[in-house]
Design a binder for this molecule. Structure first.
Ligand SMILES: Cc1cc2nc3c(=O)[nH]c(=O)nc-3n(C[C@H](O)[C@H](O)[C@H](O)COP(=O)(O)OP(=O)(O)OC[C@H]3O[C@@H](n4cnc5c(N)ncnc54)[C@H](O)[C@@H]3O)c2cc1C
Length: 627
């Protein structure tokens, strides 16, 4: 699909939603009027004028002012709902920014959720090495900082600059695929979804070994922050990189690989597989891929305590395990996936427990239809769709009865995006226990089949409007950390906005310098087999558990900051480089030791003028954060 077609399809999607919205408002108003609900509602405010006749006949209520208010209430509520989706959900269009910047207009880049915004002096989209090198040399001559942005899917300001901002969407070609060596070489700006599609279309079909839950990111961006998926036999994406190309601040094109005979290039490679965007511009990547696979998946709901106490066995029994629990509900949803040889026909699968046999996948009409049955439906339905509608509905009721309160509520809500943020923080535990917990039973069960396995690993309906921190814990610290975390949640009950999902995933250890999954005694080479599994480590406990705390709406700082200080740091956690944390140089240096210093030495050598620095990186590399 071309960019213009994509843009049109996004626009028509929103036109359709606007149409639905108008119909919904009209239908609601008619329903309210016909059932006298509006009059009762307004009656509560003391303005109602219900007229009863002696024969029992009742005049239809007539409340022009209040009814007008209600209409405005609905309209405003819907507008807020629509705007929040329109402006939060639509992806950046770097091409449009680059064209506007070329016309001399001031442009503003923003992260995927519009949380971080910055106006660079120039926004450029080079399409080849000559253009890129020219830009870097000019920036160096005029002492400008340069940052590359991918899809802007980081929860930190890691990609911001008020200097020159680059985007590498035009560096998006698949350069070569070697099916027998199972490697692919691509330009590093390619989006993960496009790379997966190209690999799937290859003959024989191939696939990335693993990805995170999203595939909108650029490959270079995903590698920059150590993007990982889940599965005890699967490492982070950076671990699959075998060679790469980096263009430095001086415009030099460097190529390096793990086994490079030149130690300087070997070090450059080690630093650049997880580069934090601070070394130069990553332009090319060669990485290992695997044979294509299909995925069968099931979702189930279990008591949280059962899941936490049996996590190693649960994780070992499947290829990919994703656990979601919502604080104070006492329940956890498991999304378990198995990889099978590629097939278009949904197989019969016995999951080995008596409650359900995966014999009927419901729909076999392709990935999208199957995806609709996935566990992500639970969250997207409960939070993104049903809750969003309830939210606008309740806000419109408030608008109709107490306009000032309604407006206040709406403001909070349009920023929030979560029903529990309709109430003060105090009510979050009550709401989660009384409403969310029972609702989970409606959505948590199901099985699905993905002929194209990559679609089974990502979650299309992943909710976007939240803030997230993610901490990685060695397996041996997990129990203590989770006990501390649950105690923390209990002790802060009603005081922090722990209103959204806590996500647990598992990842194989590695030996990359800046990988949060680094183990000093980790494997010395990449020994994944063709199925994507690492045979050398699969029997050991060399894997990490990641715990991501998501928060919708409320000021996320107090919750995430306190959990960091009281739970994750004392239990030896390391933070995700692309998600919220409050650590600075001294803490990071203690967590990573010598590899961190080695990375900083390579960085200084490649970027002596600090062209690729910004204030976030400066804090990580030079300064202590203010707590
Ligand atoms: C909704 C959501 C879901 C997510 N799910 C997961 C998940 O499942 N697992 C996980 O581990 N992470 C996850 N993340 C985090 C995400 O994968 C990372 O933050 C990733 O870095 C984002 O890639 P991007 O293309 O958006 O890069 P950006 O956020 O735009 O940039 C990230 C960094 O990469 C640098 N960069 C980008 N391109 C280049 C280049 N060509 N050369 C040099 N530097 C470059 C930037 O300067 C910046 O430092 C998720 C994030 C969101 C918002």
């Amino acid at each position: 699909m071309t960019k213009i077609q994509k843009k049109k399809s996004v626009e028509s999607k929103y036109r359709k939603w606007k149409g639905y919205g108008a119909k919904a408002i009209y239908a609601n108003m008619a329903f309210f009027r016909d059932h006298g609900l509006l009059s009762r509602l307004v009656g509560m405010t003391g303005h109602a004028q219900d007229h009863h006749h002696q024969d029992g006949h009742r005049d239809p209520p007539s409340f022009p002012i209040q009814e007008g208010r209600a209409i405005w209430g609905f309209l405003l509520a819907f507008l807020a709902y629509w705007l929040s989706h329109r402006f939060v959900y639509v992806e950046n269009d770097p091409g449009a920014l680059a064209r506007a910047s070329a016309r001399g207009e001031r442009v503003e880049w923003s992260s995927f959720d519009k949380f971080y915004k910055q106006a660079p002096t120039l926004f450029l989209q080079p399409s080849n090495h000559e253009e890129l090198i020219g830009i870097l040399r000019e920036a160096a001559a005029s002492n400008q900082t340069v940052k590359v942005v991918g899809s802007g899917h980081s929860w930190t300001p890691i990609g911001l600059t008020d200097g020159v901002m680059l985007n590498l969407d035009k560096f998006n070609k698949v350069l070569s695929i070697d099916a027998s060596a199972k490697t692919v070489t691509v330009q590093a700006g390619i989006r993960i979804r496009d790379l997966s599609a190209a690999l799937a279309a290859h003959d024989p079909p191939l696939a990335l070994r693993n990805t995170g839950v999203l595939d909108r990111q650029s490959l270079a961006g995903a590698l920059a922050t150590g993007t990982h998926g889940t599965g005890i036999r699967y490492k982070i994406m950076s671990a699959d990189v075998v060679a790469l190309e980096l263009v430095t601040a001086g415009g030099n094109v460097l190529r390096g690989s793990r086994r490079d005979p030149d130690p300087a290039m070997r070090d450059m490679f080690e630093a650049a597989v997880l580069h934090l965007g601070a070394l130069g511009v990553l332009t090319e990547v060669s990485m290992e891929v695997v044979e294509a696979f299909s995925v069968i998946k099931r979702n189930r709901l279990l008591p949280l305590n059962t899941v936490l106490s049996t996590l190693p066995a649960l994780a070992a029994g499947v290829d990919h395990l994703l656990v979601w629990f919502i604080p104070y509900t006492g329940r956890a949803q498991l999304m378990e996936s198995l990889r099978i040889p590629p097939t278009k026909v949904p197989p019969t699968h016995d999951w080995g427990d008596s409650r359900k046999h995966c014999q009927n996948f419901g729909s076999t009409s392709g990935d999208e239809a199957s995806a609709a049955q996935s566990g992500s439906l639970m969250l997207s339905l409960t939070y993104n769709k049903v809750v969003a509608s309830l939210r606008s509905f309740s806000a419109s009721l408030l608008l109709a009865s107490r306009p000032w309160l309604g407006v206040l509520q709406l403001r909070l809500l349009s920023a929030a995006g979560s029903f529990s943020s309709l109430f003060p923080v105090t009510y979050v535990p009550f709401w989660n226990r009384q409403v969310v917990a029972p609702a989970l039973h409606l959505f948590a069960w199901g099985e699905s089949f993905y002929p194209h396995g990559h679609r089974g690993i990502v979650l299309d309906d992943h909710p976007d409007c939240y803030r997230e921190a993610e901490w990685f814990l060695p397996l041996e610290s997990f129990n203590a950390a989770m006990t501390a975390f649950l105690t923390f949640l209990d002790s802060r009950r009603g005081k922090i906005g722990a209103n959204f999902v806590v996500q647990i995933r598992v990842t194989h250890a590695d030996d990359l310098w800046l990988s949060p999954f680094r183990r000093e005694q980790g494997p010395q080479n990449n020994s994944h087999d063709n199925t994507g599994q690492d045979k050398t480590m699969s029997d050991s406990i060399s894997w990490f558990v990641s715990v991501a705390t998501l928060v919708k709406g409320f000021d996320s700082d107090p919750y995430l900051r306190a959990a960091e200080r009281e739970v994750w740091i004392p239990n030896g956690g390391r933070p995700h480089w692309g998600k919220l944390h409050y650590l600075a140089y001294h803490e990071l240096s203690a967590l990573y030791g010598e590899p961190f210093e080695k990375y900083l030495r390579v960085r200084r050598r490649l970027d002596p003028q600090d062209m690729f620095m910004n204030s976030h990186l400066r804090e990580l590399f030079f300064e202590r954060a203010v707590r």
